[in-house]
Design a protein around this ligand. Structure first.
Ligand SMILES: CC(C)[C@H](C(=O)O)[C@@H](O)C(=O)O
Length: 425
């Protein structure tokens, strides 16, 4: 029976030769990822009450990223509890070296065909590696950690095809905001979104990760991209073993629930107005919108590729007076690589403030939270009311190119003229 990539992975994980959409099966997980916020402090009381331990400590990865660096007493206690649990349970633990969705693949934990759960809503990021990865709440996660199993209703696949190539100054974030605007935050119907087409194939892994991650903003359960040579090369470099990528391709004649075709070459820089990623429009819909804060951060907005893009705009330029540019590189490795390439120096010279490698204000953590009435343009994934700070703050979402250009202009700005101009001599 022809199967989609999602169906092939779920069939393998549930020990079946084939599955079809709508069936409910029990699958064995290959890996469970948890973080300091929804992890030990939430799951341990449940495991204790049940009197059970971990199903397999070698299949659990713990990453502290939400309360890092521990700006207050409560946060520091949560980080301590997380560290104690990691030591006691002897699981792989990454402590304060970056955001879980970036660190997990960076350290070689993902490969095509895996069935993975994460204790965070942006866990679909793993789909960029051809893994079926999705987010679950802490109670569900406790069940997974105890048994190594989870039930799943086999999803339909919604294919999103981007034909042609993206123009200069256009990024994966623009693709996702455009999709949120077009399909809405429930367009993914908790099914398997799969991205395909020339524009997707031409993207590097970090850009693909942004697409898969933000399948959550589309309401999809996961956001798959079929593995190719780019995927295999990334995994090898991360110290993993990609396996045979030809095993993890959907069949050409598999049934697809929806097929959306979009033109990458026509895509303009996107900006999503407060308070939803679905409020996306072309950048020129915001002709006179001053900003107080520009934030380059989070798993979808501050990976190496994002830093590199922001630096293309900022090189030789200064942040506008009265604007604060905050940069929180998504992982320590990405920050180190950016420093080696002179990118961190560009931020410093432009007048940016560099923050810790953590989730930070994207999810409302830490001291840099937005104050009353602040207008922020942010390279993060969500702009729900009050998420990044005060309920009266307003957050516009955009690509790192557009956030950087807006920091320089002091108002929402199209990055393309600055790219075309190059930096001042
Ligand atoms: C705190 C955490 C559980 C939450 C999530 O699951 O998404 C956070 O990471 C977010 O981005 O909103």
């Amino acid at each position: 029976m022809p199967m989609t990539l999602a169906e092939k992975i779920i069939a393998r994980a549930s020990g079946r030769s084939a599955v079809s959409p709508g069936e409910i099966v029990t699958a064995r997980v290959d890996l469970a990822m948890i973080h300091d916020s929804g992890g030990p402090r939430r799951v341990e009381p449940i495991l204790k009450r049940l009197g059970v331990g971990l199903f397999d400590r070698s299949k659990v990865v713990l990453i502290s990223d939400h309360f890092v660096p521990g700006d207050d007493e409560a946060g520091r206690e949560i980080l301590d509890l997380t560290r104690r649990w990691a030591a006691e349970k002897q699981v792989a633990f990454y402590d304060g070296v970056g955001i879980c969705h970036v660190v997990l693949p960076e350290r070689g934990h993902l490969k095509p065909g895996m069935f993975v759960v994460g204790g965070d809503s942006h866990s679909p990021t793993g789909g960029a590696f051809g893994a079926y990865m999705f987010g679950v709440g802490a109670t569900e996660m406790a069940g997974v950690l105890a048994t190594g199993e989870i039930w799943i209703r086999v999803p339909e696949t919604i294919l999103i095809e981007w034909r042609g190539r993206l123009g200069d100054g256009i990024a994966a974030k623009d693709i996702m905001l455009a999709l949120c605007g077009r399909l809405g935050m429930d367009g993914g119907r908790y099914q398997a979104v799969q991205y395909t087409g020339e524009a997707i194939e031409s993207l590097g892994m970090q850009e693909r990760m942004t697409l898969s991650n933000m399948a959550a903003e589309l309401g999809g359960q996961t956001g798959l991209i079929a593995p190719d040579a780019t995927t295999a090369a990334y995994i090898r470099e991360a110290g993993g073993e990609p396996g045979d990528i030809s095993d993890w391709q959907g069949d050409a004649d598999a049934a697809i629930a929806e097929h959306h075709v979009l033109d990458a070459a026509a895509l303009q820089p996107q900006v999503a107005a407060p308070h939803s990623p679905a409020n996306a429009a072309d950048v020129d819909a915001y002709p006179d919108t001053p900003v107080d804060v520009a934030y380059i951060g989070a798993c979808t907005g501050a990976k190496y590729v994002d830093l590199e893009r922001a630096a293309r705009i900022l090189r030789g330029r200064k942040v506008a007076s009265g604007v604060q540019l905050l940069v929180a590189p998504a992982s320590r490795r990405d920050q180190e690589r950016a420093a080696a390439d002179g990118i961190m120096a560009v931020f410093e010279e432009a007048g940016a403030k560099v923050l810790t490698n953590a989730c930070g204000i994207c999810a409302g953590y830490g001291n840099a939270r937005l104050g009353e009435d602040i207008t922020c343009i942010s390279s993060t994934a969500r702009n729900f009311k009050g998420r990044m700070g005060a309920a009266s703050s307003r957050v516009y979402l955009a690509s790192p190119f557009t956030v950087a250009a807006s920091a320089v202009a002091g108002r929402i700005a199209d990055p393309r003229p600055m790219l075309a101009e190059g930096g001042p001599a």
